[in-house]
Design a protein around this ligand. Sequence first.
Ligand SMILES: Nc1ncnc2c1ncn2[C@@H]1O[C@H](COP(=O)(O)OP(=O)(O)OP(=O)(O)O)[C@@H](O)[C@H]1O
Ligand SMILES: [Mg+2]
Length: 543
Amino acid sequence: MVPYGINRFFVSIYMEIDINQKITTMYVKTYASAVHGVDATTITTEVHIGGPVSAGKPGYNLVGLPDSAVREGFQRISAALKNSGWRLPRLRIVINLAPANLPKQGSSYDLPIAIGILSGFGKIPPAIIEDYIFMGELSLDGKLRPIKGALPIAIQARKEGFKGIILPVENAKEAAIVNDIDVYGVASLKEVVSFLNEETDLEPTRVDTRAIFHHDQGEYELDFADVKGQENIKRALELSAAGGHNVILIGPPGAGKTMLARRLPTILPPLNLYEALDTTKIHSVAGILPSEASLVSSRPFRSPHHTVSDVALVGGGSHPQPGEISLAHNGVLFLDELPEFKRTVLEVLRQPMEERKVTISRARISVDYPASFMLVASMNPCPCGYYNHPEKDCVCAPGIVGRYLSKISGPLLDRIDLHVEVTPVSYDELSSTKRTSETSADITMRVIRARAIQEERFKEKKDVFCNAQMPSNMVREVCQLDDDGRTLLKKAMERLQLSARAYDRILKVARTAADLDGSKRIELPHLAEAIQYRSLDREGWAG
Ligand SMILES: Nc1ncnc2c1ncn2[C@@H]1O[C@H](COP(=O)(O)OP(=O)(O)OP(=O)(O)O)[C@@H](O)[C@H]1O
Ligand SMILES: [Mg+2]
């Protein structure tokens, strides 16, 4: 950091040189950042101003693996400089984005490059700009447009000891949840230059992360108390939240499947600050944080439409971006009308569900996005929607029901512990004005208790945090049954003609029911409850 007086000194010297057009060569550095996955790397933007531009030669060279958006930036930058009132001498400009082996993508290098050029031409003292990370896309009139990934950029900038970070005002709150670094949100290039020249004062954006977190945490507009009746379904969702079990809701149109699924995040244990930051990082990288928000402090609920592409669901693209499964990290991914999704799209879910992250590999770089989510799916039992309906008749031709179900692959169904049949509530229940139902907060208390038991149980185990995540060998160890339990399970499997894959799932869910009860052993009622959630495994179902 150069003392204030010296900055002034530089400014005056540079201005003189500029006015007299005596610049021959000049070298300056500014700092920017590249986001890959959910982490950032500092990029040095070197600007070299050379001699006069020879006839027929370009006046501008950009090197260091820029993509076309970075390259096109010069058009934006030169228009923005002109429209902001700077007439620069026609000298050759070489820009290097280092490290040269890391691909640079997107339009947010406009600002660091423009600042480097202005500094090279003596409009800003070079020493002061080295204290900051600059990021922002320029519009032709010199205004700044928001960027993606402000949070990881700020985290990295603090790690490397930068004094501050200067970015578009829309991203300031998002970056400011990182403490101990000054975040300046600016609206235009002119504003940045006059701040760096100490002509105007800017207040760094301050955000009290903990206060926001505690204030907004677990704030949901929805509540289970809005759902009339459906006590058995609420109980199934409570089990699913308590053990982290994926769940599928099967029922006719209008039975309330979507309504129930949307309320699942409201009964999950509240996010801790670490999880909130982790989720916010992904939303920041995807550029979907609203400008007034700093932190995602409630569990996300994502419900992509069934026409979603593989890339939009799991992430990817030529400039890798997180997909829906990562945006649902630490929350719920809801796939409404599961059989309508393309089979290939559902297939790509399998690996991330297992690994709780998705790896996207490209020629030069491979990035990981976290993707630890609970899957909630819904489906009609058949194309007409009324198979197994208590009152209406199903009009589907024989065999159609089976074919409809077979659209969902076995391996995906294998990862779903709870199959819940939803029947519509009666008119009387629906029209009752009583609010007798429990609230989401009441249910969450029980879920938190059950999760605490699991935390204790799995504290020695790596990568297992809740019952749903137990591998097969651990199920045998943790979910032991007594003789009565074994007899009941055997009978149930035979009578309901359950397939072998149902066995482990039933034991896991029974373990969760016991945890909710605070019981060390799996008792018969726990087991009996778990057995009823295997509808889709029943041989007779959809036969
Ligand atoms: N138990 C309930 N309590 C209160 N409202 C309900 C209940 N069940 C259904 N509804 C009402 O019915 C509407 C339709 O429910 P929802 O969209 O969840 O049905 P669905 O099962 O998802 O149907 P579809 O298969 O057509 O998607 C809800 O928006 C809600 O207003
Ligand atoms: Mg629905």
